[in-house]
Design a binder for this molecule. Structure first.
Ligand code: C5P
Length: 338
């Protein structure tokens, strides 16, 4: 019997890029948040061997480079299962980067495969396979609000932000993630050189255009960690400070100065993305940001009506956009299988 599961997207509530590591990846810290936009993944297993990917969307690769292929290949081996696996991908999500679409598809394929075979991997095995396929996959094995550390693949469930209306803007621009990381390294190297010049060689002190800014990538990531832990330890008191609980938690997070580092390299290259963030902010977003390395952006709103008005404004400006909402962990898991 075929099994169909929903494959939900994510946004990043802040993303801090740390130093490049010997394995070529960057240390990072982020808060993942699942949202209600989804693709549909159907898995069948018949007699035979091999993995076949089907999709009506020509942008979806159907070879072994597809994340679903790589996840299912590893899962079949880990489960000691045989058969010909067919994975059908019904793309509903915008393919623009930043929403983790391909990563979510792979996790959905893995979960559907387990159901079809009536076999289960341990959560540790699932997380291992997910991390092998890509840094963004493991967050979809947690869902809701989750902290991502390491290269983004080590995930910890956080207390959920309550559901909030969310606008997703998907401008037709492709941002290369490896290139964005490389641009970030170049930016940091330039800042360090400038700091060395202005401090007589002490690159560890803070100096940049009159503002106090932590210069080294490892200092920055430490600071982000402190900011996040301050927010988390304070989060339980947020509802007591008036306003809705979702709003207080989110505003507390925003006040900590959380931001997405990729904006600093992606916006100068694609100024229209900065403009879209401006539209979301002027339309009343409590918080607006690039998601991942983009080009998708999001805005979180107090009401669905405000979110709808923001979508209308974006569409007037020729930017594809839609309203959805954030998903708590319980909603994420319930809707994945129903
Ligand atoms: O893990 P994933 O396949 O998503 O990574 C894509 C590329 O992005 C990597 O090959 C690497 O160049 C870059 N990357 C990175 N640091 C991370 C995650 C990704 O440099 N933490």
């Amino acid at each position: 019997m075929p099994v169909t599961v929903r494959s939900f997207a994510k946004i990043n509530l802040g993303l801090c890029i740390g130093p490049a590591r010997p394995d070529g990846f960057h240390e990072l810290r982020t808060v993942y948040q699942t949202i209600g936009l989804n693709d549909l993944i159907t898995v069948r297993v018949a007699k035979g061997a091999g993995i076949e990917i089907r999709s009506a969307d020509p942008r979806v690769p159907t070879d072994s480079g597809n994340t679903c292929y790589r996840a299912v290949e590893r899962a079949m081996e880990a489960l000691g299962a045989r058969g010909r696996v067919t994975i059908e991908i019904e793309k509903r999500l915008p393919v623009q980067g930043g929403l983790g679409g391909a990563s979510a598809n792979a996790v959905a394929a893995l979960l559907a495969l387990e159901k079809v075979l009536r076999k289960r991997l341990s959560q540790a095995e699932r997380l291992r396979i997910a991390a092998e396929v890509g840094s963004d996959l493991p967050c979809f094995l947690v869902g809701g609000t989750a902290l991502g550390v390491g290269r983004g693949e080590v995930v910890f469930p956080l207390e959920d932000l309550p559901t909030m209306p969310c606008v997703i803007a998907t401008p037709v621009i492709g941002v290369s993630t490896p290139r964005a990381f490389a641009d970030w390294d170049e930016l940091m190297a330039r800042a360090e050189r400038a700091s060395e010049r202005s401090t007589g060689g002490d690159a560890r002190t803070y100096a940049s255009s009159g503002k106090l800014t932590v210069v080294t990538p490892s200092d920055r990531i430490k600071r982000f960690g402190h900011v996040l832990s301050a927010w988390l330890s304070d989060a339980s008191g947020a509802s007591a400070r008036g306003g809705s609980r979702a709003e207080s938690l989110l505003l507390d997070l925003v006040r900590t100065g959380i931001e997405n580092d990729f904006e600093r390299v992606v916006f100068p290259q694609y100024p229209e993305l900065r403009d879209i963030k401006g539209v979301l902010e002027r339309a009343g977003a409590l918080y607006a940001s690039l998601s991942g390395s983009g080009s998708a952006l999001y805005g979180l709103f107090r009401t669905r009506d405000a979110a709808k008005r923001a979508v209308a404004k974006l569409k007037e400006a020729g930017v594809p956009a839609q309203v959805t909402s954030t998903l708590t962990r319980a909603q994420y898991w319930k809707k994945t299988f129903n």
